[in-house]
Structures are given as structure tokens and as C-alpha cells.
Design a binder for this molecule. Sequence first.
Ligand code: ATP
Ligand code: MG
Length: 567
Amino acid sequence: MTDMNTHEEEGKKNLNFIEAFVESDLAEGKNNGRIQTRFPPEPNGYLHIGHAKAICLDFGIAEKYNGKCNLRFDDTNPVKEDVEYVDSIQEDIKWLGFQWENIYYASDYFQQLYNFAVQLIKEGKAYVDEQSAEEIAKQKGTPTQPGIESPYRNRPIEENLDLFNRMNQGEFEEGSMTLRAKIDMSSPNMHFRDPIMYRIIKYPHHRTGITWKVYPMYDFAHGQSDYFEGVTHSLCTLEFEVHRPLYDYFIDLLKNNDNYRPRQIEFNRLNLTYTVMSKRKLLQLVKENLVNGWDDPRMPTICGYRRRGYTPESIKNFINKIGYTKYDGIIDVALLEHAVREDLNVRAPRVAAVLDPIKLIITNYPKDKVEILEAINNPEDESMGSHEVAFTRELYIEKDDFMENAPKKYFRMTLGQEVRLKNAYIVKCTGCKKDENGNVIEVYAEYDPETRSGLPASNRKVKGTLHWVSTEHSLPAEVRLYDRLFSSENPGEEKDKELQELLNPNSLKVLTNCRVEMELQKAQPYDHFQFQRLGYFNLDPDSKDGKLIFNRTVPLKDTWSKLKDKS
Ligand code: ATP
Ligand code: MG
């Protein structure tokens, strides 16, 4: 086999099942080789990482097959929708690195859909029902038992036309009437049992205002919108698989006699452990102030992850790793965190920050001396260069990096033991000072001038390396430590508990007494850093007027799994 062939074979093997469908459609010459997808969010909330999975697929397929992907707002329920969401959705898609061809709105098709509904009424395929939604639901039957036909099912066409028109003029109360498709009350597919096409809503729409008083249901809007736009592959999540026959049914009634018809293909939703992924529940978290808004760094929203310090690449790499299947499941959130670490490892410069400081005095170091040392920005990437750090007699180290009576395997600061101060010297602990309550308030050590990093004696073996900052040449900072928002592994499935009861009470810890090295004075909001030994952090946009606030994006090691293994 030639190289070329090997590549082709490999390429084929790596196709996901959707790409395989697309390629077979292309091979059959469907739609003259045209590929068009859409991402169709309802603007009733912010996008979450589940949407990112759909976005990567919709835009990814278009990109891969030289097609187009449009953004379509599925804005058919004015009560829940808002321009705030329309704007945030666009911002988040762009941040992920995708660009739509056009922006469409389902509301742009309200007139066409209305006309189509009138056509179906005229053809005897739709009728106005005066029963409540509950009554209609009761008559649906079960998958094995046929439903009951509505007493309004066979009213004359003229009456239906008149009532539907008056429904839209606002003559009737919400909930008093619906327009239903007249299909088959004994169909084995429940969605065919005279589905509701239109309901009355008298709430102003964010784009069409009070023009319309009737609004189409999802099943009567989605497929037709796909058809109007010329979508070739309509990709959606598995729960719509049972809707597909109805999707095809309406399009068949609508379409001209040409060969074009959009094809719906379903894939598995993304579910993550310790995470809720429904917009309704995310909205509840925001409304009940259980989090600080949609972009709270503990939220699984795109804007939450952005604020937390996740990168678009880490999210896309994660989506790539999990792939697309026909089976619903739940993905360990640790895999997402792994993808974030992997990406930040490459791009984040290493700096020193002390989150819980205690003073370390190098007693044999001159009082007013300031030494400028070199700190490598990223040992994985020489091109990222280095920056300067100041070393002085008085430093801060982490409180828990000192222990007066330490057990054997404690390789940090304890009496008589040598440790290396990162990028600086080897020091030996000589004592400490305590307050009247016995709390250690200062630690003392002596340094060995021969052991400065880079000098031959710096190779001396010591077991521990500690991070530190100079007391004078460092800045105060606030650091926000985040943990899983939920302590329940699958909060979405805990139907008998309130969302609030499932929350992890320790999901946010704010440390206000931290010190960071001077280099961080230059940090801009969203900049990424690795705080040596602690994890990846970014500057929060709340930082202003010289006040530095950092978010922990992810710790270096997955402490959560370890904790779980122990318990
Ligand atoms: P939710 O159930 O969270 O409210 P939704 O499906 O109502 O979400 P839409 O705005 O209608 O949200 O979704 C837009 C697109 O994103 C749809 O094609 C939908 O299938 C897809 N999508 C939504 N949630 C997920 C998910 N968890 N995984 C993959 N795709 C998703
Ligand atoms: Mg939806």
C-alpha cells in the first residue's frame, strides 16, 4: 500500500457515524453535493458544554465537507426567551472559535408557517381543538393502547379556518384552544396522535412584538425551518429520534416535488458527572442565587468555563475525545479537567503565589540585599522565555510547608532539614517563633550561597522544593478556589431531591490574604498562569484598581478522585 492509501484508510476508520452518513449521501450525489447544517438554540438561557458538543458537530461537519453552518434561533416561545440570551449565544460560539454563515430566526418564518397551517386546515389535515392540554394528554392513550379522538376532530374546514384566524386575532384565552394535526390517534408512534401544532400565547415576542397570538410548537417549526433554509443534515440529540417520523411527515406535506429534503440524524447528549446540564435547572441556580450568575466559574456554561480559565481548545479537545454515539451515558467530569490541564500545561507561564502565607526569614542573608533571579516561564516550551523574581531576606512560604515536629516522610520545611526554594537557594530550617497561643508566626532558615540555581552546588540532592515570594517584592491578592458545584454524582437524576440539597457546600472558598510575585502586576483578565505546585489559575475580570483576584481553574492533581478512593 502507498502512503496515500494508508492515510485514506485511516481517515475512513476515524469517521464518526454521522460523518459516515454524510459521506454516503455525498457518494450518492444527494443535494448535488451540497452540505448545510445549523445550530438551533432556543434563546432561553446561556449555552452550556452540552451545546458545545452540538456546536462542534454542526460547525465541524460543515467545515470538513466545505459546507455551510447557520445559526438559527429557535425562538418559538416568547415567554421564556430574551435578547440577552441571543447576544450571549453569539458571543459564546465565537469564543469557541466558530463562525456561522448566516443568522436566522424561526420567528422569521412565522408567516410561512402560518400559511402552511392554513393549507393543512384546508386539506382537512388540521383542526382547532377546544379542550385543555390536560384533557388532550389524557386522551393520548399508551404505546399499546390507541388514544381517543377529540370531539372537535371532525368540525368543518370553514369553522377551523375561522377559529384559527380568531385565535391569532387574540379573541380567545391562552390554553382555551389549540390547532392540532389530524393524523392517527391509534398510531404506534405517540407523536402521530394528533400532535399540537399551535398554541395561544399573549406575551410579547422579543422580535415580533405583539404581531402573533399563536405560536408553533417545536415539531411544527423545526423541520419546516430546516426545509426553508435548505439544511441538508439536521443534527440533534437522541431524544428527537422518536420525533423524526413526524419531522418527515410535515416536510413531505410542505415540500415541492424536487428531490431535496433535510435529513435528521440523532446523536447522544453530553452528560457530565457532578453537573446539571438542563437550561431549566441552570436558570434555577441563577434565579435562586445558588450561584453568582450564569458566568459563575462553577457553572457548566460556556461563559462560566471561560471565566474559570478554561480555553476553547481544551473544551474542543475534550469533545473530540468523547466522540458521538447512539447511546446516552454520563462522562466523568475528570476527563474534562484532564483536557484543561493538558492544554494549560502548554500555554500557562509558571509563577509563584502563596495562598496561606507565613514569614520565612533567611537569617544569614543581608538585610537590604535584593537579588534578581531568573524564573523559567515554561519548562515544556523554551520559546516562552523567562521572567525575573526578586529574592530577599524575608520571604513568604505556605503555612503548611512548615511543620515543627514533622513525621519522617515530610520533605518540606522542618528543623534541621534542607529544602530548595524554587529558582533560588537551598536553605536549612533553624527554628521558628510562636505567639502566646503557640501558633507559629515566623520560620527561620539559613541559606547556602553556593547553591543558587544554576551553580554547580545547586545539584545537591534535597527532597523538597518549595515555592515562595519576597515579602517586599510581592503583591496582595484574593484567590477563589472552586470545587464541584454538586456533591451528588448525577444530580440531574435525583428527582426526589431539591437542587439545593444536592449542592456541595464547599464549592467556593475565598482566600483574601494571598501574596503573588510582582510579575502578576501585568496580568490581564482571563490570562492563564500555573501557580507553582498549586494548579492553574486565571485573572478574574472582577480585578480592578490594582486589586488582583485569581480563579483556580483546576488543581495540578486530581485530588477529588483520591478523596473518593479513600472514602
Ligand atoms: P436543555 O435541555 O439543556 O434545555 P435544549 O436541548 O432545550 O437544552 P436547545 O437550545 O434547544 O437546548 O439546544 C440547541 C441544540 O443543542 C440542539 O440541537 C440540542 O440537541 C443540542 N444540545 C442541547 N443539550 C445538549 C447536550 N447536553 N449534549 C449535546 N447536544 C445538546
Ligand atoms: Mg430545546
